[in-house]
Design a protein around this ligand. Structure first.
Ligand code: GAR
Length: 196
């Protein structure tokens, strides 16, 4: 049984690409029902459309406030019949109300070993802190930013001479492997809990 999953992005969408590719496998529990971006110029929208997926932009600037913007996003997700959300480089903090409505049905990928380095600029902060190890986490989304339970993590070494560019590339390669597997794990958990 496949669960309809909407992917939310803001830019490049390389993690989204990996989720789309993985979900094609008959035994992966996701069926990608659409890709939504908060920016019309998000490059990932073109990839998604090229795959024959429905892909739309719902930009913040078209709405009076955050609640109205999120209501529009919710309407799109309802139209798609989405039962689950995968955030993949979606760079907007969702409201507690939105997150609560999707409780247990929304996951995110974050470029650090949570609970270390929540928030932005994780690679620069790992370097500045002298971390010898860095990585990425897929976690349940809760009202606390990057604070929900971790589903899975992948670790990489920090090498001498690393820059943000070299370290982020090493982490991103792990993100691309981690997210499809962790989404499958989260969906199987969700399906077991709900019978969906
Ligand atoms: C990824 O590294 C993802 O972990 C990060 O943004 C990048 C998006 O790349 N997400 C966050 O920082 C969330 N706070 P992508 O668009 O190529 O998947």
């Amino acid at each position: 049984m496949k669960t309809p999953v909407a992917i939310l992005i803001s830019g490049r969408g390389s993690n989204m690409e990996k989720l789309v590719e993985a979900a094609r496998a008959p035994d992966h529990p996701a069926e990608i029902c659409g890709v939504l971006a908060d920016r019309a110029d998000a490059a990932g929208l073109d990839f998604a459309r090229g795959q024959g997926l429905v892909a739309v932009a719902v930009e913040r600037k078209g709405f009076a406030d955050k609640a109205a913007h999120e209501a529009a996003i919710s309407a799109v997700l309802a139209d798609w019949g989405a039962g689950f959300i995968a955030l993949a480089g979606f760079m907007r903090v969702l409201s507690p109300e939105f997150v609560q409505a999707w409780h247990g049905r929304i996951v995110n990928i974050h470029p650090s070993l949570l609970p270390r380095h929540k928030g932005l600029d994780t690679h620069a902060r790992a370097l500045a802190a002298g971390d010898t190890e860095h990585g990425c986490s897929v976690h349940w989304v809760t009202a606390e930013l990057d604070g929900g339970d971790v589903i899975a993590q992948a670790r990489v070494p920090v090498l001498s001479g690393d820059t943000v560019a070299t370290l982020s590339a090493r982490v991103l390669a792990e993100e691309h492997k981690l997210y499809p597997a962790a989404l499958a794990q989260a969906l199987r958990h969700h399906q077991t809990m709900t019978g969906d």
